[in-house]
Write a protein that binds this ligand. Structure first.
Ligand SMILES: Nc1nc2c(ncn2[C@@H]2O[C@H](COP(=O)(O)OP(=O)(O)OP(=O)(O)O)[C@@H](O)[C@H]2O)c(=O)[nH]1
Length: 380
């Protein structure tokens, strides 16, 4: 069994250090206020552990029972407030404040009855941890793994608080039972460990989410959610190089919406944006998993087709022509007729670089435009 006083001391020090770390992070990232809540939650938890530990040395129940219990409740409430801030939960914190105020009133007359005060505290904590678990499960985030870990930690914490509540309730009804002492100590150990572990996962949740957001911004087009030009070249270059090594077919398409300026002029820019999103969906729906599609210009898309010969590439281009031009796109109940021109290229020995291949596809696209649009042209 872990030495309890040592564990309490370590968790106090860890929570103070984590609180300082989160304040430093907040100073660096002023816009993420969740770190302030989490930092204060760590300090409050350390203060709660210190005041509760004083019970062994001084007889001041107002401090060692009442204040300690209020601080023990405040710490997870602050953690939840930070979580709501991080998840951009718009409703105010009024319920959390009201809950804490109710606890302050309810626990005041109980400071001379530590068992009852601990029972009330355990029930409130079980509810708070259960709520935090539900919050995490219900709200989508960009960091699913830390979110899952955090939900598990909160869920486990809720569970041990329920167990503690039932033990305390039984002790309250039937008098103190010495056989419960090891179990209550085990719960305290886990409470300390889970709190410290939770505080460690909070920054991870934000960092993974920020990292995913940066990757998204760096690689994807915000409007269509297809790759952007940079990511397209990165991915397509790999396939292009692999096709050379394996002597496999490689094709590419350049696709451009016809008279798109007229669409913007007639229906407005928002309708134009909706058209681009719809075209992107049509493109994605016609491709295989390994094909690489990107928006490389305003109304221009590039598609890399690994292991695709000339005939298959033309068939895909024809399918895209039909999928986009075959039926109108409905925007706010009005049909918008869109057509596209497509240049197709199959890799030849003269194409030593992807750039050269795409230039030829672009030339074929230009020919398609010149020949009247709404058609597929194969590069010679
Ligand atoms: N709504 C919207 N329009 C865009 C976006 N990017 C570029 N455009 C518009 O796309 C239009 C492209 O016009 P042009 O280059 O003249 O081409 P076009 O009208 O499609 O004519 P062709 O390509 O010759 O058939 C311009 O009016 C741009 O403002 C965008 O993100 N959203």
């Amino acid at each position: 069994m872990l030495h309890l006083p040592t564990l309490i001391a370590v968790s106090i020090v860890m929570n103070i250090l984590l609180g300082i770390l989160m304040l430093v992070i907040f100073r660096l990232r002023q816009q993420q206020r969740c770190f302030v809540y989490w930092s204060v939650a760590c300090f409050v938890f350390a203060a709660a552990a210190i005041t509760a530990s004083l019970r062994a040395f001084i007889d001041a129940p107002l401090l060692t029972v009442y204040c300690a219990d209020l601080l023990i409740i405040l710490a997870p409430l602050l953690a939840i407030a930070g979580l709501r801030e991080y998840l951009h939960y718009t409703r105010s914190f009024v319920y959390l404040r009201a809950l804490w105020a109710c606890c302050a009133i309810l626990l005041a007359p109980l400071h001379t009855q530590p068992l009852l005060a601990q029972l009330v505290t355990s029930i409130v904590l079980a509810g708070a941890f259960g709520y935090a678990t539900l919050l995490l499960v219900r709200v989508p985030t960009r960091s699913p793994l830390p979110k899952l870990v955090l939900a598990l930690l909160f869920g486990a914490h809720a569970l041990i608080m329920i167990i503690q509540s039932s033990i305390l309730f039984t002790s309250f009804r039937e008098g103190p039972m010495p056989s419960f002492a090891p179990l209550l100590e085990w719960i305290l150990v886990n409470h300390l460990l889970l709190t410290t572990a939770t505080a460690m996962v909070f920054p991870l949740l934000v960092f993974v989410s920020n990292e995913n957001r940066l990757t998204q911004l760096a690689n994807y087009d915000d409007l269509t959610k297809l790759f952007n030009r940079r990511a397209f070249y990165q991915q397509a270059e790999d396939y292009f190089a692999a096709s050379e090594l394996d002597e496999q077919d490689f094709s590419a398409l350049m696709l451009d919406l016809d008279h798109f300026k007229g669409i913007n002029d007639q229906y407005g820019h928002a309708a134009g944006d909706a058209c681009l999103r719809w075209v992107a969906r049509q493109i994605r729906s016609q491709l295989r998993e390994q094909d690489v599609a990107a928006r490389v210009g305003g109304e221009e898309f590039a598609i890399a087709l690994p292991q695709t010969d000339e005939r298959a590439a033309i068939a895909i281009a024809d399918r895209l022509l039909e999928a986009i031009g075959g039926e109108p796109f409905e925007y706010q109940s009005q049909p918008i007729h869109l057509t596209v021109s497509i240049g197709v290229i199959h890799r030849k020995s003269r194409h030593e670089a992807l750039q050269a291949l795409l230039i030829d596809a672009d030339t074929a696209l230009y020919t398609a435009k010149k020949q009247g649009r709404n058609q597929v042209v194969l590069a010679s």
